[in-house]
Design a protein around this ligand. Structure first.
Ligand code: SF4
Ligand SMILES: [Zn+2]
Ligand SMILES: [Zn+2]
Length: 316
């Protein structure tokens, strides 16, 4: 197996590109894919300040590394979710990476700063953990970005993630979600711009990137993700990709190029629609109620004794 560029020994084969690469030219390839996504979707400019939502997994550490490497001013934000050993390990990997690159890492610990963690929130609300987790992450990332004067929040969603979400939304024809499924969500109504520069790269490519760059990351799945439908959607798409390399890319990027605009406005909150948002009386963030969903969750859950992660997992 030879590198397409230098004919030296290749370490990865990319069937959808009909190409093999040596480590050096694979890194070139990933950088070019990220630059292409930033450019194609007009994500941000060279002077913008970026806040990377870092989980300690391969994708968020890789995009942080790539942005720093490309010369962007990119700080990281890590939220301690209190999901047992999984969170402890994720935090360790994130801190080690930030230190090795001398990058700025902002940390927020849900339990220390807001009095609850995700297993406890899931138990008290009797809802799936991802519901209070997603709500908390969105709120804290938005707030940190706006208060810190950042121009955009960067997330590590890759092609596999986006194709799986699209697949799920198409299976159930969720027109409102399809109307929002873009690699860039513009700044609006007090919410920061959100961008996904990894939409041209797959999960396997990001794992290879981290290995070649020597980035240690959280390998385990979150224990709360059990039963998550997106894992099944990813497996289904992988079967199709195996038979027909490039299908995932065509599915997602074909949607963006040829179908996404048909769903514009389906969510009812596009830019042109004035949203009569007030502000949360607790935190001052935009909210359609007196108290925003995050502050309401925090008030409801924060007095409870911590629930160990194992109890939540066993119940599901
Ligand atoms: S799988 Fe769910 S609970 Fe775990 S980190 Fe992701 S959103 Fe949070
Ligand atoms: Zn090469
Ligand atoms: Zn609030």
């Amino acid at each position: 197996m030879k590198c397409r560029v230098c004919r030296g020994p290749a370490v990865i084969d990319l069937r959808r590109h009909n190409a093999n690469f040596c480590p050096e030219h694979f890194l070139d390839f990933t950088r070019k894919q990220v630059e292409k996504a930033i450019d194609e979707f007009d994500m941000f400019g060279p002077d913008d300040r970026l806040l990377v939502a870092v989980s300690g997994g391969k994708d968020s550490l890789a995009i942080w590394d790539l942005l720093l490497d490309l010369g962007y001013a990119a700080d990281g934000l890590y939220i301690g979710l209190g999901i047992g050993d999984y969170s402890d390990d994720s935090g360790r990997h994130t801190r080690a990476f930030a230190e090795s690159r001398q990058a700025t890492l902002i940390e927020i610990d849900l339990r220390d700063e807001h009095g609850f963690d995700i297993p406890t929130a899931a138990t008290v609300t009797r809802r799936v953990p991802c519901s209070s987790c997603g709500l908390s992450k969105r709120h804290l990332f938005d707030r940190a970005a706006v208060e810190g004067g950042y121009d955009a929040v960067v997330t590590g969603h890759n092609l596999d993630d986006e194709a799986a979400v699209l697949y799920g939304n198409v299976l159930t024809w969720q027109a409102d979600y399809l109307g929002r499924q873009r690699p860039v969500l513009p700044e609006a109504n007090g919410f920061p711009r959100k961008v996904k520069p990894l939409v041209r790269l797959t999960e396997r490519e990001m794992a290879a990137y981290c290995v070649i760059r020597g980035i240690e990351y959280q390998i385990d799945e979150c224990p709360m993700a059990l039963g998550n439908k997106h894992i099944a959607y990813k497996e289904a798409l992988n079967l199709i990709e195996e038979q027909s390399p490039g299908s995932k890319f065509t599915f997602y990027h074909g949607f963006l190029a040829r179908a996404a605009e048909r769903f514009d406005g389906a969510s009812g909150d596009d830019d042109s629609t004035p949203v009569g948002l007030g502000t949360c009386e607790r935190c001052g963030r935009p909210s359609s109620n007196d108290v925003c969903a995050f502050c309401a969750l925090s008030e409801r859950v924060s007095g409870h004794d911590p629930v160990p992660v194992e109890l939540v997992r066993n119940k599901r």
